[in-house]
Design a protein around this ligand. Structure first.
Ligand SMILES: [Zn+2]
Ligand SMILES: [Zn+2]
Length: 137
């Protein structure tokens, strides 16, 4: 296979795996998934393609509470809920209009022009909340 062709195949396989992962995955997790079909794909290739997908606006990167880099497809605009216990990141919908007006209020003093807001809410997910409650009892 020509080098260019192989690159395209790898990139679309990576984008496809990201789509099917339906959430937030690390490059390492994606690498494991991809190796089932592309046994010779390297972690470096996965990183490089993820970076280029982010640059093209086809993927988003976020960090979890360990500072670990996670990726997802840039579908609909959403915000994130981050569990302080299991470190999982969930998607959530919050009214952008309300958020933007809060952000604009806060940025006014700095004469900063607000174009977008992305929010990460921290707390405990349903499972962890239950676990922590049981621990206390
Ligand atoms: Zn949790
Ligand atoms: Zn997300």
């Amino acid at each position: 296979m020509a080098k260019q062709k192989r690159r395209t195949v790898q990139k679309s396989a990576i984008e496809d795996a990201l789509l099917r992962a339906q959430g937030h995955v690390s490059a390492e997790e994606l690498h494991l998934i991809l190796r089932r079909h592309l046994p010779r794909i390297s972690i470096g290739t996965v990183y490089r393609n993820l970076k280029s997908l982010v640059e093209e606006g086809r993927a988003l990167k976020i960090t979890d509470s360990h500072g670990r880099l996670l990726f997802e497809t840039s579908a609909e605009k959403h915000h994130h809920l981050r569990c302080l216990h299991c470190k999982k990141v969930f998607n959530c919908q919050i009214d952008d209009g309300a958020l933007l007006s809060i952000a604009r209020g806060g940025a006014e003093a700095s004469a900063f022009l607000v174009k977008d807001v992305s929010l990460t809410v921290e707390g405990f997910c349903e499972v962890c909340e239950q676990l922590l409650k049981e621990e206390v009892q």
